[in-house]
Design a protein around this ligand. Structure first.
Ligand code: GLN
Length: 456
């Protein structure tokens, strides 16, 4: 399997999905596993499973850069808990994957190492920020991959690439060893071609962790068992009839809801009046958290340091940071610093927190009445490369359907639904209440069986 994937990776270098391939190491690991199996020795649950990881997840002894110049040449000193758990079950990690710098973006165009191309149409983006992780699964360069999802970075690229992308409940998977973007939103997520693979990886990496106090102690149930029942599902009118949603996709969702009803599920409309506030609230809160998290990259402790000599300390910091960070990351640090500044704190930061509270309450009200909320993942199919690069507001607004689950900390998944007449795939997003991944995966499996969509 490792040889097969190495061959596949070699054939698709132009996609720019991998930042580094751990060729020798992966082969050696596979060889050692083969020997153990031949000798009748026990192997882990993920023996032979070939996995790629996003370049924001630490793997001891391997480079990690968050696709940023500021961390160029930096090597992880320890492994993320998620990585430790994969290795403990004998998974083979084949390489690390390109992404937007510090996971900030929706197209993978913000990487210091160049954009990733959508394998279905090379003139289009794969989505972001976990673009490399999505394309690695889309183009069959590994079996499953890890990404991170702060505002949609797993679900949105999964949607654009025609595969499955899961963002678990906030705190379900330890964030230890995940480079922080916005700590109260960040969650490791999983890409796969089917629900069984995603469930298997979640089973392995979920659960409490002494290294991350925000990792939940909630028991990890069996994610591989499927629950079959008639589901009570709500769709949000405000999402379905939003003017930003592509017309053809809207019709696709309407007929999909009818199909669910024909299959015995109850699909009911619910109101959610805050949809137009979620993107502003998300960008105020995440940039505020980012401005704090990214202050550690100062040119002293690690990463890029300006080569200029004889600078005053403050100038040294400024130079190192100005040289190391890319344009979008700088924009967000500036915005985050602004919304936290004394004169504007209440007007922006406090206000956004109030919006977050309203969103949490309203979503939990809906989710106490229904098994799941179902809605689009993204308002359109994959953008053309460069299409939104000069218009950050238009880019941010396309996150309208995904940031909701991060604001509320609830689990959400995107599963492929069908192809658009433009040839690109699009998916549907399912959201359930906190720590109900078992139901979420069951509903997602039900949808995939109903649609008979073979992932790209
Ligand atoms: N597109 C969103 C952003 O740019 C999501 C990023 C993410 O989930 N890491 O912030």
């Amino acid at each position: 399997m490792v040889r097969y994937y190495l061959y596949q990776i070699e054939q698709t270098k132009h996609l720019n999905a991998f930042l580094e391939v751990f060729e020798e190491e992966a082969l050696a690991k596979a060889h050692a596993l083969d020997t153990r199996i031949k000798n009748g020795e026990p192997v882990g649950a993920l023996a032979g499973v070939v996995i790629g990881i996003k370049d924001v997840i630490c793997y001891k002894g391997h480079k990690v850069s968050a696709a940023s110049r500021i961390l160029e040449g930096f090597t992880s000193m320890y492994s993320a808990t998620a990585v430790e758990r994969l290795l403990a079950e004998d998974a083979v990690i084949i390489g690390n994957l390109n992404c937007d710098e510090f996971a900030m973006g929706s197209t993978n165009e913000n990487s210091a190492y160049g954009p990733v191309l959508n394998a279905l149409d090379n003139s289009r983006v794969p989505g972001g920020s976990s673009g490399g992780s999505a394309v690695a699964v889309q183009a069959d360069l590994c079996m499953v991959s890890l990404g991170s999802d702060t505002g949609g970075s797993v679900r949105q690229p999964a949607d654009f690439c025609g595969i499955v992308g899961l963002k678990p409940t906030y705190g379900r998977i330890s964030r230890y060893g995940l480079i922080a973007y916005a700590s109260s939103f960040d969650q490791i997520g999983i890409f796969g071609r089917n629900i069984a693979d995603v469930a298997m990886v979640l089973q392995t990496i979920a659960g409490p962790d002494g290294y991350d106090s925000t990792a939940s102690r909630e028991e990890v149930p069996d994610y591989q068992e499927r629950h079959n029942k008639s589901w009570k599902i709500a769709y949000l009118k405000d999402a379905l009839f939003h003017p930003g949603l592509d017309e053809e996709m809207k019709e696709g969702y309407v007929s999909f809801f009818k199909q669910l009803e024909a299959a015995g599920d109850a699909v009911t409309a619910a109101d959610f009046a805050y949809l137009d506030y979620v993107v502003p609230a998300y960008y105020v809160l995440t940039t505020a958290e980012a401005s704090s998290n990214l202050s550690r990259f100062d040119g002293v402790k690690y990463g890029h340091r300006t080569p200029l000599k004889n600078l005053e300390l403050a100038d040294f910091y400024k130079k190192s940071r100005s040289e190391g960070f890319g344009k979008e990351v700088k924009r967000r640090i500036l915005l985050g610093t602004f919304v936290l500044s004394a004169g504007y704190y209440d007007a922006y930061f406090t206000k956004a927190q109030q919006v977050r509270r309203l969103v949490v309450d309203k979503l939990s009200e809906i989710l106490s009445q229904y098994d799941a909320i179902i809605m689009p993942t993204v308002p359109s199919t994959a953008f053309k490369i460069g299409e939104k690069a000069d218009d950050p507001i238009a880019m941010y607004l396309a996150d309208i359907y995904t940031v909701l689950a991060n604001l509320a900390g609830v689990p959400a998944i995107s599963v492929p639904l069908q192809r658009h007449s433009n040839g690109m795939p699009y998916g549907v997003q399912i959201i359930t209440k906190q720590f109900s991944e078992a139901n979420l995966l069951s509903i997602a499996d039900h949808v995939m069986q109903l649609r008979k969509v073979t992932p790209v």
